[in-house]
Design a protein around this ligand. Structure first.
Ligand code: NIG
Ligand code: FE
Length: 423
């Protein structure tokens, strides 16, 4: 199957040779080809160039031609942090917060993550699969082409493995590219309330070895935070994960900077996520690392906590990725377009920085940089075709408006022609 997209107003994020990520000042540069064409063959970017240099069509058979006059084409969003597999909802907690309770107060009363864990324990794999499938369809229509999904609402060996099996099934069957993360260290289940060490032992001696043996995840995550997992706990858990081939990607600095960044860097974390509060030591630790900082502005919006200081991070020469954190408690939205608008409006990131953060850097933060995140020959043809807009900045400017005309996943329409070829 061949597709030609012609008359593209501007092709964005073009790298003939793609770097793995962009940092600091380089994030301001969004390489583009004006008045461009792009050819897709079997779901892969086959070639591209300026319309004036277009070689013409030698073989019209089985060729679909898309006219993108007035429209931009760019790589699909790479959402490197979600908790999309969950049961039920937490609308009650949302209303409680309107009445004045904080996210942390709700959690300390046994709500929050434990609320979702209880619902998940009672849900079948089929129910979890169906509801997550719908969420994936929704984010795909909003321009996401690759997504990371965490476990972490199981909090028992049985339920964590159940979540990871659902993620595996989604990854095998859904058109989106999916990466799995084991987040057993998300909260302490009720029965371990008075004995945290026993739960950590269970994680290290039972859950992690099982996840590793069954190859159900690529990454290991820990919620390193006061009242959750300490820096010392995080150290032990990450070490155990690494032994089983799981690469760390952690929740750090959401409410307090307690040293989670440095311990994650020590274990060569691929990313450190949240960072709503950040210390000078955290910046120094990140400077000497290959770890991607990830900001989740949808979470800041929804639970009214500070936004990650993007300027401080980027101006220190570091990279930054943006992701949704889609989950039922702190961020019930998987809309990367809203995330991108918030990054401009609340975090003072430029539109170019935002597009790089949500494409190439997001791909890096889930180890998909060789296949996603840029317009490069040989990468997956997972592309956003915008509506007719004035400039790329309009994507963030007109927040709440859907500026996306069409999403191609591996050259297809997301399902049907877009069914994911086997790897
Ligand atoms: O990334 N902070 C920890 N975990 C999730 C929220 C989980 C929940 O509230 O269900 C987060 O915000
Ligand atoms: Fe999260």
């Amino acid at each position: 199957m061949k597709i030609l997209i012609k008359n593209i107003k501007s092709l964005l994020g073009v790298h003939d040779t793609a770097p793995p990520l962009l940092s600091g000042k380089d994030m301001r540069n969004l390489p583009a080809i004006a008045n461009a064409w792009l050819a897709i063959e079997d779901g892969i970017i086959a070639d591209y160039g300026e319309m004036q240099d277009w070689p013409g069509i030698s073989d019209w058979r089985e060729l679909e031609v898309i006219d993108a006059s007035g429209k931009y084409v760019l790589p699909t969003w790479c959402d490197s942090h979600t908790h999309i597999v969950y049961a039920g909802n937490r609308i009650g907690e949302f209303v409680d917060r309107i009445h004045g309770l904080s996210y942390e107060e709700i959690a300390s009363r046994g709500g929050g993550i434990l609320n979702s864990a209880q619902r998940l324990a009672n849900a079948s794999e089929e129910e979890l699969f169906q509801s997550a499938w719908q969420r994936l369809d929704e984010i795909m229509s909003l321009g996401t082409g690759a997504v990371e999904i965490k476990s972490g609402y199981g909090l028992s060996t049985e339920s964590e493995l159940k979540m990871l099996r659902v993620i595996k099934q989604l990854s095998d069957q859904h058109p989106l590219t999916i990466q799995a993360t084991f987040l057993g260290a998300h909260a302490y289940p009720k029965q371990f309330k008075e004995n945290h060490q026993a739960y950590i032992d269970l994680l290290i001696h039972e859950m992690i070895p099982e996840v590793g043996k069954q190859k159900l995840a690529s990454f290991i995550d820990v919620f390193c935070e006061k009242n959750y997992f300490s820096v010392e706990d995080t150290d032990r858990i990450l070490e155990a994960g690494v032994k089983y081939g799981l690469v760390p990607k952690t929740h750090v600095n959401q409410f307090n900077a307690i040293g989670g960044v440095a311990i994650s860097v020590k274990h060569h974390a691929l990313s450190v996520d949240h960072l709503e509060v950040i210390s000078e030591e955290d910046i120094v630790a990140l400077k000497n690392s290959k770890t991607m900082p990830v900001a989740l502005p949808g979470c800041s919006l929804f639970i009214k906590i500070p936004y990650t200081p993007a300027r401080q991070i980027i101006d220190a020469g570091l990279p930054l990725a943006l992701a949704t954190d889609y989950n039922p408690g702190s961020t019930p939205s998987g809309n990367m377009n809203l995330v991108n608008s918030l990054a401009c409006i609340q975090m003072n990131m430029t539109p170019e920085e935002v597009i790089n953060a949500s494409t190439i850097n997001g791909a890096y933060a889930m180890a998909l940089d060789s296949s996603h995140g840029t317009i490069t020959i040989g990468k997956k043809a997972s592309l956003i075709i915008t509506k007719e807009i004035h400039t790329p900045a309009e994507l963030m400017y007109s927040f709440g408006t859907n500026n996306i005309d069409r999403v191609l996943i591996w050259g297809g329409g997301g399902g049907g022609a877009g069914a994911k070829p086997s790897l």
